[in-house]
Design a protein around this ligand. Sequence first.
Ligand code: SF4
Length: 227
Amino acid sequence: MSSTANRTLDIRQLYDLLRAHFGHQNWWPADTPFETAIGAILTQNTAWSNVEKAIANLKQANVLDCSSMLKLPTGKLEELIRPSGFFRQKTERLQLFCRHLAKHHGGELENLMTQDTDSARKELLSLRGIGPETADSILLYGGGHASFVVDAYTRRLLDRLGLLPGKGSYEEMRNLFMRLLPPEPELFNEYHALIVSHCKEICRKRKPTCDSCPLMANCPSREAFST
Ligand code: SF4
């Protein structure tokens, strides 16, 4: 890494630069919180375009609610979500999630979300197949909780900007945002969407286009990618 970057960005400045460059992001549109949660589980290890096909199948079969999904034979659910990959494992995870909702929250995700953020997060993380990224996606997008979502894009960007905290664990990265930002779900939603846009369009895994990057003046990695 080079030491010629002008200065290190802080988390708020990073947001401001990305927002000014990419504009408002309208992200993760879903018809219901339950659909959002199902999408968060289905998107594990696959592209969102595959999840969209699976969600479309579930909608077409009219089973995108907890009780309908639980009534579906396992083989039928597997068939409907097959486009999302790992369909057997994901069917099991969906069924576990729905059974939990039915048993403890009357089948309504909204009831789980009436808890404070830490309690709801702890409960989601206790379910097999729901890790921190999935839990935070469900909390933020499905429950309107201020729980920052960290993904591979976030790690890449923080690493390249020299902002990766500690050992770069999920919780360390999440805490960096949680500590330094006001607890506003809309802000967390927008911020994560901006990171995704930036990493898909400019700070790509291979051959990032640093010359067109709004963060170039503050990035210690830019010279490593200059040709
Ligand atoms: S695109 Fe280049 S300059 Fe921009 S953040 Fe990524 S590595 Fe740094």
